[in-house]
Each structure stands twice: as structure tokens, then as C-alpha cells.
Design a protein around this ligand. Structure first.
Ligand code: NDP
Length: 338
């Protein structure tokens, strides 16, 4: 089967492409430039990988050509950063990009069986007291209104969260209204860490979630005291996120479902402790890496995005934190980022 992966040059998408190829799928990636495509051709080194250039995912009919001949779509392209002033910088490509892919499939490829959309726990969470457990039944009913009220002054994370929930909602609404012959699956990860394999040319251009982990292991960005001990959200390994994307395609029963894919809650203290608990690691000077303030998280309460459904229905076993942190740091070192 031939699978279209949009935004193939991204952190998560590069792993999705790699795993799809390992599982015997053919992959067509969309990228914004030939240089990003050529990087992937080298990285993936497979005759079963090709790419097409979609320079602007918001343009009408942007995916019309890309969807022709594919059997399924993994739609991952969407901006994730905290630099947007105008919320539309995020909402435009997230929402229009998602609707655009679905429209193109509907118009030009009736043989598509399934579309998987990379959503986020951003489309699930609402402001709450720590200790809350969220499941796939929950929807972020807060961020779109917040962004509407506050516009450019809305907190940056709310602009991003609004972009994700508006895009995911639009996808489910499309299915309800158009009753397409394909079915939809959405994947909702929290902060994604894990080894980078996509093209990153400088520390400043590391993708947002890995950049946060990288920073926490630099002398300037290392956390201590209550900053280290505080609840920081949930985390997951990128290889597990890719696996959920592939199982969501491979398993018939996933059709019409939403899957949280989370390794669990974290504080930066937990991240530091998980690495140091490994003791010696070949290639890393663990002893001299930040340790936080051990014990700073002993009374911390966390919100949890429950992965039970992905575990029980799709059979996913999530990677332990120490292994993820170690492999992330080793990959960063391999790129020359210290
Ligand atoms: P990356 O920034 O590495 O990847 C984003 C991808 O989207 C890239 O291929 C990028 O293309 C493309 N993209 C970004 N902005 C635009 C735009 N305006 N127009 C067209 N394409 C664009 O991040 P991730 O891999 O982390 O993100 C992938 C998906 O996962 C996104 O949907 C994100 O919301 C979601 N996600 C990520 C989480 C995380 O912690 N990393 C958590 C939850 C969800 P290019 O390479 O050309 O810039």
C-alpha cells in the first residue's frame, strides 16, 4: 500500500516514514522544498520512498496532486512553535491544511481507506486543578474562545492549542457531514521527546519539544528547585508516537477512534532522575549532566492523559523515560548539539 505522509520533513513524520517503510509500506512524503525532500531520500535510503513538493498547505487544492494514487494518508504537517503573534499563523495552516487534505482526497481519490491526523493533547485539555485524568472523551473547549477574546494578546500556548483543536474538530465534522468512504483516526500525543533523525541544521532550529529537553540539559537552561519539581505536562517517546500512527493504519478496529499516546506525566526532576538512574551510559558523560534538585518533586501532583486505550486496543507498550532521555541526548550529540 502507498501512504501519503504530509510534512514528512518534521520530527515525528520522519519517524513515521521510517517505520512505515520498515513495515513494507510505500511512502510518498510532502515537503516544502526539494532540499528537505533530498535529505529524506538519503536518510530513508529506500526505493519505496518518494516525495512531492507542496510549498503552501493553505493554498486551495494544495494536495490535489499529492493524494492521487495513495491508499491512506498520515497528515502530520502543522506548525508547532511559540513565536506566533497573530494566532492565524498557527490556525491557518493547521485548519486549512487539514481541511485541504480531506477535500483533495474526497475530490480526487475515492480509493483511500483511512486518514490519520496527528492531533495533540492540546485538543483535549482544559484549565483544571492538578490531579485531573483526561481521556479521549475530553475536548478542549477553552482555547478557541480564549484566542477569539484575546487575539494577539492570548498566551502563545493557547494559540497553538486552538490551532490543534480547531483542526481536529474540523476533521471529525468533515466525516460527519460528508460521510466519506474512508475512515478517520486521530492521534493525540503530549510533549514528544526521543531521538531526532530529521534535518536540523542548528540548535536554534531544533523542533519545539526536543528543544525544551535540549535546553534543560544546558548549563543556562537546567532547572532546579521548584522549577524542577513542578508538574510539566505529559511526555512520550517519538518512536512510540510513530508506532501509534502505524498501528492506527494497520489495525482495522482503529477506524473512527481517537488515541492518546502518552508515556505519562513528568517534572524536569523526573527527567533528570530517570537519566541518572541509568548510571553509566556509553557516549554520554552522565555524571556531569544536570541533576536538578533531587526530591523537589516529592509532593508534586500531575494531570494525566491516559494511554489505556492505545495500550489495550492497539497493543502499544510505551518506552520508559530513562531510555527516551538517553536516546534523545545521544542523538543531539550526534548532530553536534551539546
Ligand atoms: P516539526 O516542527 O518538526 O514538524 C512540523 C511539520 O509541519 C514539518 O514538516 C513542517 O515543515 C510542517 N509545517 C510547519 N508549519 C507549516 C506551515 N505553515 N505550512 C506547511 N507545513 C508546515 O514538529 P513535530 O514533528 O513535533 O510536529 C508534527 C505534528 O505533531 C504537528 O501536527 C504537531 O502539532 C503535532 N504534535 C507535536 C507534539 C510535540 O511535542 N512535538 C505534541 C503533539 C502534537 P518544514 O519541515 O518545512 O518546516
Amino acid at each position: 500500500a502507498l501512504v501519503l505522509v504530509t510534512g514528512a520533513s518534521g520530527f515525528i513524520a520522519a519517524h513515521v516514514c521510517k517505520l512505515l517503510l520498515e513495515r513494507g509500506y510505500k511512502v510518498r512524503g510532502t515537503v516544502r522544498s526539494a532540499s528537505k525532500g533530498d535529505y529524506l531520500v538519503k536518510l530513508l535510503a529506500s526505493p519505496n520512498f518518494t516525495y512531492v513538493i507542496v510549498p503552501d498547505i493553505e493554498a486551495p487544492g494544495a494536495f490535489d496532486e499529492a493524494v492521487k494514487g495513495v491508499d491512506a494518508v498520515e497528515h502530520t504537517a502543522s506548525p508547532f512553535h511559540g513565536r506566533a503573534v497573530d494566532p492565524q499563523e498557527l490556525i491557518g495552516p493547521a485548519l486549512q491544511g487539514t481541511k485541504g487534505v480531506l477535500d483533495s482526497v474526497q475530490k480526487y481519490n475515492p480509493s483511500v481507506k483511512r486518514i490519520i491526523v496527528t492531533s495533540s493533547v492540546a485538543s483535549i485539555m482544559v484549565p483544571c486543578e492538578l490531579g485531573t485524568v483526561f481521556t479521549e472523551k475530553d475536548w478542549n473547549t477553552y482555547s478557541p474562545g480564549c484566542v477569539e477574546r484575546e487575539g494577539v494578546n492570548a498566551p502563545n500556548m493557547e494559540k497553538y492549542r486552538a490551532s490543534k483543536v480547531l483542526a481536529e474538530r474540523a476533521a471529525w465534522e468533515f466525516v460527519e457531514k460528508e460521510k466519506p468512504s474512508w475512515d478517520l483516526v486521530t492521534v493525540c500525543p503530549p510533549m514528544v521527546f526521543g531521538p531526532i533523525i530529521h534535518e536540523v541544521t542548528s540548535v536554534g532550529s531544533i523542533n519545539t519539544s526536543v528543544a525544551a529537553l535540549h535546553a534543560a540539559f544546558t548549563p543556562e537552561g537546567a532547572k532546579t528547585g521548584s522549577d524542577a519539581g513542578a508538574a510539566s505536562g505529559n511526555w512520550v517517546d517519538v518512536r512510540d508516537v510513530a508506532l501509534v500512527h502505524v498501528e492506527a493504519l494497520a489495525q482495522e478496529k482503529a477506524g473512527g477512534e481517537r488515541y492518546i499516546s502518552s508515556g505519562g506525566p513528568f517534572s524536569w526532576q523526573m527527567i533528570y532522575d530517570s537519566l541518572h538512574a541509568l548510571g553509566h551510559v556509553d557516549g554520554l558523560d552522565v555524571e556531569h549532566l544536570p541533576k536538578g534538585t533531587p526530591g523537589s518533586d516529592k509532593d508534586t501532583k500531575y494531570n494525566v492523559f491516559s494511554s489505556k486505550k492505545a495500550e489495550t486496543e492497539l497493543g502499544i507498550k510505551f518506552t520508559p523515560m530513562g531510555e527516551c532521555v538517553k536516546d534523545t541526548l545521544l542523538s543531539l550529540k550526534g548532530y553536534g548539539f551539546h
